[in-house]
Design a protein. Structure first.
Length: 422
């Protein structure tokens, strides 16, 4: 099947065009109708198409500079700072000098070559030169060689397969963003208005029913809530033990939960936590139990999760704190509270800045919290877990689609798997 593939330099199947920048001191050169793409614009693009740019130039600006007007469906790439962002503009466009554009010859499919360049991005990066930042010149781009099917229908079929997967990935990312926005709005309402346990609905807003609220250290909270601090409800809190990196041992007796073993949504990634071999005297007092709240206190300060019993023993690392709350507190209420803007402001207030931020556990003890009854806590948690479940389902699907795309690119862009054209 590879017999139908060819290896050519870019200059053999396309024209490489450089960009330029009009004078920034001439007002009439700017804010026109000509799309003017820079590496910064390309850095925000996850999928092939780019429709516009953050800055635009006028035709006068275009004609006064070394920028060129390039036809839609060419390929644009960042050639410095950094090398290797790609896109396919759907409109005529120009670029600054940080980009190179490749206007393909007839008989070439731009979407296919976009994916082929993306898959082989290291070819571009290896030819970059420079001391302050790597840059690849027009001549170097022209000389780069790529292998691809010579027949246009085969290029188009491969591009269609990959773009179909990209469409599914984009829709999934959009769904995740939608659910995350819903969760943020829901959290704001639930941690300020709470839920009336009789109606199972959000309480009216403070503006509509001020008599239902009272002032607290966190601002207005429902009258039934306790205006307290973490320390009031704690049974136990402690950092994990310190030990040498030499104590990590795959045949060890305990797993240690580090900051990197948390997802951004506050889930513990149990499988990736490393195993250490430590004496029982160093382990026993730190063992985690179901319902313990674990908080990162270095780097991702304030990131919080709830431990669930596993088949193996776990302890927090020396850069995490274990909190064990009494029967008045549902641990997941603390986890979700720590994701609110109010909690994040407290974290930012107490973080000691350095090479890595550090949040002293002693300061966390004084964090303010508005605490509802246990029934209301459970109702709040149920609603937030519901939307979190939808986010996790979409995230799992996204990981599957991304893995599928990676495998398809490897198979289709190397010719390993034959693509049949109708």
């Amino acid at each position: 099947m590879r017999d139908s593939w060819v290896t050519k330099q870019i200059l053999e199947f396309g024209e490489v065009i450089s960009g330029g920048t009009p004078s920034t001191t001439v007002e009439e050169f700017w804010n026109g109708e000509v799309v003017w793409i820079t590496p910064a614009d390309l850095s925000k693009i996850k999928f092939p198409e780019i429709k516009t740019s953050r800055k635009k130039i006028s035709l006068k600006g275009l004609n006064s500079s070394s920028a060129n007007l390039i036809s839609a469906n060419s390929i644009v790439m960042s050639s410095r700072a950094p090398i290797g962002y790609f896109a396919v503009p759907s409109v005529d466009f120009s670029t600054n000098q940080g980009c190179k554009s490749i206007k393909l010859h007839n008989g070439q499919d731009s979407l296919f070559h976009y994916y082929n360049f993306l898959y082989n991005v290291e070819i571009f990066k290896r030819r970059g030169e420079g001391t302050t930042f790597a840059e690849i010149s027009k001549k170097e781009v022209e000389k780069l060689s790529f292998t691809f099917p010579e027949a246009l229908p085969q290029q188009q079929k491969i591009a269609k397969i990959l773009s179909t997967v990209d469409t599914v990935i984009e829709k999934t990312e959009t769904a995740i963003a939608k659910y995350q926005a819903i969760k943020q709005g829901l959290m704001h309402d639930l941690f300020t208005r709470g839920i009336d346990i009789n109606t199972r609905q959000l309480r009216p807003t403070p503006e509509d029913a001020p008599e239902l609220y009272k002032e607290s250290a966190l601002g207005l909270i429902p009258r039934e809530w306790e205006d307290s601090i973490f320390k009031d409800y704690l049974i136990k809190n402690s950092y994990g033990p310190r030990f040498s990196g030499n104590d990590y041992d795959s045949d060890g007796n305990v797993k240690t939960i580090r900051g990197m073993d948390f997802s951004k949504d506050g889930e513990i990634l149990y499988n990736q936590a490393p195993i250490a071999l430590l004496p029982k005297s160093k382990v026993n007092s730190h063992l985690l139990e179901t319902g313990d709240v674990v908080m990162v206190t270095t780097a991702d300060c304030g990131l919080t999760a709830v431990f669930q019993q596993q088949d193996f023993q776990f302890i927090p690392s020396a850069y995490s704190v274990k909190f064990r709350f009494n029967e008045m507190v549902e641990p997941y209420f603390i986890k979700f509270f720590m994701q609110t803007d109010k909690a994040k402001r407290m974290v930012n207030k107490y973080v000691r800045q350095g090479t890595l931020g550090n949040l002293p556990g002693s300061d966390v003890l004084g964090f303010n919290i508005g605490l509802p009854t246990m029934d209301e806590q459970k109702d709040i948690i149920k609603r937030l877990k519901g939307i979190e479940s939808k986010i996790q389902t979409e995230q799992q699907a996204l990981a599957k689609y991304q893995q599928l795309k990676s495998g398809l690119m490897q198979d289709l862009l190397t010719g390993r798997v034959e693509v049949l054209v109708d």
